[in-house]
Design a protein around this ligand. Structure first.
Ligand code: ZN
Ligand code: ZN
Length: 280
């Protein structure tokens, strides 16, 4: 299985790989630029080469970039929408150079304009980015909890965006067990949720699963991650998720409130759950 955590690349890309190897992961996620949207650091060829050599040596899966939280394709402010489109284009070019195929992006918040208007703006912005998306990269729209005026909290909405972008091959999806819980999808009944995903989304486009427990209960519309087994989902539901044969191909990434040692412990925990289920 592909499993890792969200780590910093502040000390370089190769350093993020090394941290992941120490945690015994084989994939990771990082912010493509700082979460507040500042300038990305310059790419260094030696750092990239070292990172990729290490990833090959340690049999890594694909790695994943996450867009800054300030991006908002559905903003009421044109300036923010323009910035987001421009930055996404830049990020995707950068990721192509880095050999990173996926950019996870939050769908956006409509800020009171209403969902219809918000979704139209998201589609408009995405289309503009997608015309020049590098072939080796994909934007993964993240399913959200539906906090405040967040869009993309239902499979129907994610599917609508994909359809209105003419099923562009540059679009895929990222799901998050904490967000799904907030949005009202009961992962204790994993088979039923999977069936809905398959009915409404193009299953092959789901690439990433953020493996988080949720501090708040089902349908809370709140987005607060908890450590595995310490939230509403609990260890039994986490076990179902990580021991599911159909989910096995996904990239599982921890975004739990942890430091490096905490992530390492959770990676070990997930491996133990799979070992108990004879899945290793
Ligand atoms: Zn996210
Ligand atoms: Zn979240």
């Amino acid at each position: 299985m592909w499993l890792g955590a969200h780590v910093s690349i502040a000390k370089g890309f190769a350093n993020a790989v090394k941290m992941t190897i120490k945690m015994k992961g084989n994939t990771f996620q990082f912010f493509v630029r700082n979460p507040r949207g500042g300038k990305a650091r310059a790419l260094e060829a030696a750092d990239l080469l070292e990172a990729h050599a290490l990833m090959r040596e340690h049999h890594f899966g694909a790695v994943v970039a996450h867009a800054p939280y300030v991006y908002n394709l559905a903003s009421t402010k044109e300036q923010i929408r323009r910035f987001t489109v421009h930055a996404l284009k830049e990020d995707l070019q950068r990721l192509k150079l880095m050999g990173v195929p996926y950019l996870v992006v939050h769908v956006g918040t409509h800020g009171g304009q209403g969902e219809e208007q918000g979704l139209s703006l998201v589609v408009e912005g995405l289309k503009e980015v997608l015309v020049e998306i590098p072939a080796q990269t994909q934007i993964l729209l993240e399913g959200m909890a539906g906090a405040g005026t967040e869009l993309g909290y239902s499979f129907e909405q994610l599917a609508e965006i994909l359809r209105r972008c003419d099923d562009h091959p540059g679009l895929g999806f990222c799901l998050d067990s904490s967000h799904l819980t907030g949005a009202g999808y009961d992962l204790a009944a994993l088979a039923a949720v999977k069936q809905k995903i398959k009915q409404l989304l193009d299953w092959s486009r789901v690439k990433v699963w953020h493996l988080n427990d949720s501090r708040f209960p089902l349908g809370s519309r709140k987005d607060r991650h908890a450590k595995l087994g310490e939230g509403f989902l609990g260890l039994e539901t986490i076990r179902k998720i990580v021991c599911d044969r159909e989910l096995e191909r996904l990239l599982f990434l921890l975004e739990t409130p942890n430091d490096e040692a905490g992530y390492a412990a959770e990676i070990a925990l997930v491996k133990e759950l799979r070992k108990q289920a004879k899945m290793l």
